[in-house]
Design a protein around this ligand. Structure first.
Ligand code: WT7
Length: 636
């Protein structure tokens, strides 16, 4: 029996029980079995959820890149580590072997060192899905610098906020990016952002679209000539177990994004272990996760998890609709992909298209189909299972968060019997709890409540960069001695979990986590706007879309209102990014408020979802007429 790799249901239950009875022993067995340590740990776990303080493998020394790359060189040097599939199907795919990756990461690490970057420095990476993105992250990790990858769909303002929050010294970007038929001027966005960030001393620019961009003298440098000159040998920086590995921002219930901090040893152990089990990766397999590395899914399951297991990980630059909707399936056939991991929103978009896109490709290599990011609806689950998996590739509905570092609740394919829309059971080492309104744990099955985790796991984020108090308030204050996820969940008669969705002010749009507060803050900056409230409502493809209820300082005629709608969405594109645009904007005379002046979003959510028959308890409303007016003016 191996804790690290579970192969049967019987083994799952056995290992699970062991992980609850003796969690420290369980995790130390995994950590011993599979990794290269420069020094062993003195203490497996130190924790206190009330402070909160969580430390795994204290005293241990390691470098995650030695585990991702160097460790495989002897046996897998020539094996493809990263298989880069470009946006343009006519451009050749690039097979980067483990030994190529070793050289490329070392060169990049030496370039960073020459720029004065060292252990603990923050490096902002704003790159499209090109190999330099993975290489630069690993280069940071190799020298102990902390990477902060910002998704290249974020606007210049959002980028500036993230650069300033962690005080990044350097930005790595490219001249631009491809997205289907379009190109995007990434460097222009960086230039705009840096007007607000005087402390950024240098910008390294990768060449991708070969556009004619401006380089700021003394600040901007083309990357390639520096890489060409650099040595391909670079010793690892030996890291302490709890040294930060990276910061990744996620939105929350205030305007400021939260910089989740993940540390070296725990994140390594957790992503490696979860990748192995959830994808049942075998040595010759080709694995593909379609996420962008700018999100946690890409960090954990394009870069770190697969490489820690010596896997071949496909990295796709493009979009599912270019040149047409068969692109995903064409890539699966071309590279004989065995494990495929995507988001419900992508599945729904593809399911809307003609089946012939799919049918003309040989998908018989597929063995495991993963989904992540939001609850998957029954229809999408079946479409995925029946048409992509041909009913013989298990669908693994994986529930987790930026904060958890890796997958928490998920079937293990070929082990756990699946049921549509259920994330099924926690992985060994994960102890979920459902809580009621009185903050008491709900025991037993066939129950529903707020989803918490009651014991630490190695992949949990340790803090919010620069704001430990907020970390405590957001995740450890609602329930005593528990990590609160922000999600609701149901546990069925057999103990299977079904995630029902967010219970806070976060809306998941196309798999992207959007706080409503930052959106409202941005809208309120428009001079004509008095007040706004944003809620989510069900959307066929996006899962949820955004509905804005907005009051104006002066009510205008409809032509003026149409312009205002455009301006408001323009502001959101600039402040946050196009993903934050509102699908529906209703101008109203007033918003429903309690007598103490709090906006009753619960009511607005019902109106936006067209569930106005039962608005629930409205007895605390200041002015019931406001609600009637809003219902009347509801945008269809
Ligand atoms: C939130 C976390 C984890 C990587 C991508 C998102 C929702 C995620 C599922 C799932 C139902 C899911 C939750 C969670 N979510 N996976 N399989 N079923 N909901 O990371 O941006 O940090 O968002 O995504 O609401 O809290 P994130």
């Amino acid at each position: 029996m191996s804790n690290y790799h579970i192969k049967s249901l019987e083994e799952y239950f056995k290992v699970y029980r062991h992980s609850v009875r003796e969690p420290e022993l369980f995790w130390s067995e995994i950590a011993e079995e599979h990794f290269t340590w420069r020094k062993g740990w003195d203490n497996i776990l130190e924790w206190d959820f009330n402070k909160p303080e969580i430390k795994w493998f204290e005293g241990a020394k390691l470098n995650i890149t030695e585990n991702c790359i160097d460790r495989h060189l002897l046996t897998k040097g020539e094996k493809t580590a990263i298989l880069f599939e470009p946006n343009d199907p006519n451009e050749e795919a690039e097979h980067i072997s483990y030994s190529d990756l070793h050289k490329r990461v070392n060169k990049f690490a030496n370039v960073l060192k020459a720029e004065g970057i060292g252990k603990g420095d923050r490096v902002c990476i704003y790159l499209p899905m090109i190999p330099e993105l993975a290489v630069s992250m690993l280069a940071c990790a190799r020298i102990g610098a902390i990477h902060s990858v910002v998704f290249a769909g974020f606007s210049s303002k959002a980028l500036a906020t993230r650069i300033k929050d962690c005080d990044a010294k350097i930005v790595i970007t490219s001249d631009g990016s491809y997205r289907g038929q379009k190109t995007i001027d990434l460097k222009g966005i960086v230039d705009e952002a840096l007007k607000q960030c005087p402390d950024v001393a240098s910008v390294l620019v990768a060449k991708r679209i070969k556009s004619d961009i401006e380089m700021v003298d003394g600040r901007d440098k083309w990357l390639q000539p520096l890489l060409d000159e650099a040595s391909d040998e670079c010793d690892i920086e030996i890291m302490e177990a709890e040294d930060p590995l990276f910061i990744l921002y996620t939105s929350g219930s205030t305007g400021k994004p939260k910089g989740m901090v993940h540390t070296s040893a725990g994140y390594m152990v957790y992503t490696a272990y979860t990748f192995k089990n959830v994808f049942q990766y075998k040595n010759e397999d080709v694995y593909w996760c379609t996420a962008d590395i700018g999100w946690i899914t890409g960090h954990s399951y394009i870069v770190y998890g697969p490489l820690l297991n010596g896997a071949t990980s496909v990295m796709f630059e493009g979009v599912p609709s270019y040149p047409d909707f068969s692109r995903f399936w064409e890539i699966v056939e071309k590279h004989k992909v065995n494990q495929f991991y995507t988001a419900p929103t992508a599945i729904r978009a593809l399911a809307k298209e003609n089946l012939s896109y799919l049918e003309k490709h040989d998908l018989s290599s597929l063995k495991v189909l993963g989904t992540v990011g939001e609850p998957i609806n029954e229809e999408a689950w079946h479409w995925y299972n029946d048409n992509v998996g041909n009913k013989n590739s298990p669908v693994v509905d994986t529930w987790w968060q930026t904060e958890t570092g890796g997958i928490m609740i998920s079937p293990i394919p070929y082990v756990t019997p699946t049921i549509p829309t259920f994330a099924t059971m926690p992985l060994p080492g994960v102890q979920p709890a459902l809580m009621d309104e009185n903050a008491q744990e709900i025991k037993g099955n066939q129950v529903e409540g707020m989803l918490c985790i009651k014991y630490p796991w190695p992949g949990i984020a340790r803090t919010i960069w620069g704001n430990h108090e907020r970390f405590k308030n957001t995740y450890f204050s609602a329930y005593d001695n528990m990590y609160f996820t922000g999600d609701g969940a149901r546990r069925d008669a057999t103990g299977y979990y079904r995630i029902t969705g967010r219970v806070d002010d976060v809306v998941i749009v196309s798999g992207h986590n959007l706080g409503t507060a930052p959106i409202e803050d941005s809208i309120n900056e428009h001079p004509a706007v008095a007040e706004s409230a944003i809620v989510g409502f069900p959307h066929e493809i996006k899962g949820n879309a955004l509905y804005g209820f907005i009051t104006l300082k002066e009510t205008g005629e409809s032509r003026v209102q149409d312009n205002l709608r455009k301006e408001i969405n323009q502001i959101l594109s600039e402040h946050i990014g196009p993903i934050a645009k509102l699908d529906k904007i209703q101008f109203c005379d007033g918003l429903p408020k309690t007598r103490s002046g709090k906006i009753m979003r619960r009511i607005l959510r019902k109106i936006a979802s067209n569930e106005t028959d039962d608005l629930g308890d409205v007895s605390t409303l200041q002015d019931p007429e406001v609600v009637e007016n809003i219902i009347e003016g509801r945008i269809q």
